[in-house]
Design a protein around this ligand. Structure first.
Ligand code: NAD
Length: 258
């Protein structure tokens, strides 16, 4: 597929999981890609693998919570690719704790990475997209951005912020050629979910399989979603023919047949 040939994409948190799968899917769709994450080794490896497969790919270290690093990322990605047409705000992190145990530092960190990072990265590439009257912003939120559950209040608040930001900025991009959408997956088969399962095992003494089953049952999810399913939904929102799709919140809850 070369539907995105001629377009350039920047993916944050692209070192592993959904971000890495999105970088691969966007490259396979024909886009040039810049992959950024806090962990430089991971993104360097992803970009090298993509180049080896014949795609144009670049890697940058960036902590999305740091406004200076985000500005530098936008400049470097623009220098490497010519411009940024597509931004995937994927960098995110989660913790789980009952309310009395959440420290202020933990609360602020979760809000910073998920919500403030999304704001900073979008702002850094926004004006160029508006000037060219073409842009796609896809924010990776979560079903936690639409619903609430116990022990994940910081993450839930942060992802609700991402969903709200998506809707508001979609309105700003309307009639300017820039679409802004969010994907809201349930539990996805990534290292982040592995960490959640490990925490449940530690707290309950259950096995890996028992912990996974109880985690999925709690949210009524029939199976883990695969990272490439989220990546495919992201690519679809970036296509030329998706120019009329903005302010959408695309839910992936694992109920689709495989
Ligand atoms: P992951 O932990 O496997 O990967 C996260 C990536 O983000 C890594 O590359 C990491 O280096 C990067 N990152 C973390 N903090 C960063 C920071 N401050 N600056 C730059 N990069 C940073 O996670 P994942 O499961 O692939 O999740 C990706 C996104 O999808 C996150 O926003 C997450 O909240 C969301 N999400 C995940 C799930 C799930 O079940 N895994 C479900 C719904 C939504």
């Amino acid at each position: 597929m070369t539907a995105l040939a001629g377009y350039n994409a920047l993916i944050t948190g692209g070192g592993r999981g959904i971000g890495a799968a999105s970088a691969v899917a966007l490259a396979e769709a024909g886009a040039k890609v810049s992959v950024a994450a806090r962990n430089e080794n991971q993104v360097v490896e992803i970009a090298a693998d993509l180049r080896e497969s014949g795609y144009e790919a670049f890697a940058f270290r960036c902590d999305v919570t740091d406004p200076r690093q985000v500005r530098e990322l936008a400049l470097s990605a623009t220098e490497a690719m010519g411009r940024v047409d597509i931004l995937v705000n994927n960098a995110g992190t989660a913790t789980s704790n009952p309310l009395p145990k959440i420290t202020l530092a933990e609360w602020q960190h979760i809000l910073n990475v998920n919500a403030t990072g999304t704001f900073l990265c979008t702002q850094a590439v926004w004006e160029g997209m508006v000037e060219r009257r073409w842009g796609r912003v896809v924010n990776v939120a979560s079903i936690a951005g639409l619903d609430g559950d116990k022990y994940i209040s910081a993450y839930t608040a942060a992802k609700h912020a991402v969903v709200g930001f998506t809707r508001a900025i979609a309105a700003e991009g309307r009639a300017k050629g820039v679409t802004v959408n969010a994907v809201c997956p349930g539990y996805v088969d990534t290292p982040l979910t592995d960490e959640t399962i490990a925490r449940i095992m530690h707290l309950t003494g259950k096995s890996w399989q028992e912990s996974l089953t109880s985690m999925l049952e709690q949210v009524g999810q029939p199976r883990l979603i695969r990272a490439h399913e989220v990546a495919d939904a992201i690519v679809e929102l970036c296509l030329e023919e998706s120019s009329g799709r903005t302010g959408e919140i695309v839910v992936l809850d694992g109920s689709e047949s495989l």
